[in-house]
Design a protein around this ligand. Structure first.
Ligand code: HEC
Length: 228
């Protein structure tokens, strides 16, 4: 289906209301209460129909395995964040020709799915959303985690600080001992993650970073830390 912009959808819905409402109230004075009643009914019905269509359209676009939301085995590949001048925002780019398996071990699509489900359960069990946001949902005490995998701070600060070889190793060490590697004025408490749990969280964060979120969060990676 053709992609309509939000403006086209809004104008079309208002136009529908205007046309149907005008036909139904033809010949009535605009001071007649029936005129307004009918417009209220038409407005509600048209808006309900549009929201219904938009809901199902969105659901089909946010399903795993679509253009926007890659399947979990994306964790086998290199992911970068690049500016798209046409769209005017940053997009995660999945380098299908460049393998970068997480923890050096390539996983099957099913293993990847299991890892990500485990990561999600760990995140829910520790209520990470009480401080962080994921895909915009949660609290605003700590950084948004949607693109955390792509945060330049891992390479610039955390790999040296944790004496790690790779980004994923540095992330696991941070997640298991956040109080030891504090970089910000606000500190993350130790949530007693086991190594296995921390690895599953990293898999989840890598997969989540590959989701095209229309450039959300805005100004990601432009913090002072990134310019360190
Ligand atoms: C009590 C609040 C709190 C909770 C709960 C919490 N965090 Fe944090 N987290 C923080 C703060 C504050 C920072 C910034 C710490 C710093 O930079 O020193 C942070 C930083 C992070 C970072 C680094 C993000 C980046 O790009 O800089 C990751 C990843 C992270 N947390 C993951 C998690 C996960 C996963 C959980 C749940 C298992 C969790 N956090 C639970 C407060 C919290």
């Amino acid at each position: 289906m053709k992609d309509f912009s939000w403006l086209e959808v809004t104008v079309a819905s208002l136009l529908f209301i205007l046309v149907i409402g005008s036909l139904w109230t033809r010949g009535r004075n605009w001071l007649d209460p029936v005129f307004w009643k009918r417009f209220a009914i038409v407005g509600s019905l048209v808006m309900f129909t549009f929201l219904w269509i938009l809901t199902f359209d969105t659901l089909s676009k946010t399903r795993i395995g679509t253009d926007r939301v890659p399947s979990p085995d994306v964790i086998n590949y290199k992911i970068t964040y690049e500016y798209d001048p046409q769209k005017g925002y940053y997009m995660p780019v999945i380098h299908k020709d460049k393998k970068e398996p997480l923890f050096g071990k390539e996983v099957s699509p099913q293993e990847a799915m299991e890892l990500i489900i485990k990561g999600k359960l760990v995140i829910q069990s520790r209520a990470c959303m009480n401080c962080h946001t994921l895909l915009g949902n949660g609290a605003y005490y700590a950084p948004d985690l949607t693109k955390a995998w792509l945060d330049p701070k891992w390479e610039k600060i955390m790999i040296p600080a944790t004496e790690s070889e790779t980004k994923e190793e540095a992330m696991v060490k941070f997640l298991m001992n956040p109080e030891k590697y504090a970089t910000w004025t606000r500190r993350m408490p130790n949530l007693n993650l086991s190594e296995e749990e921390a690895k599953a969280v990293v898999a989840y964060l890598k997969w989540m970073s590959a989701i095209n979120t229309n450039g959300f969060p805005d100004h990601f990676g432009e913090s002072k830390l990134a310019k360190f």
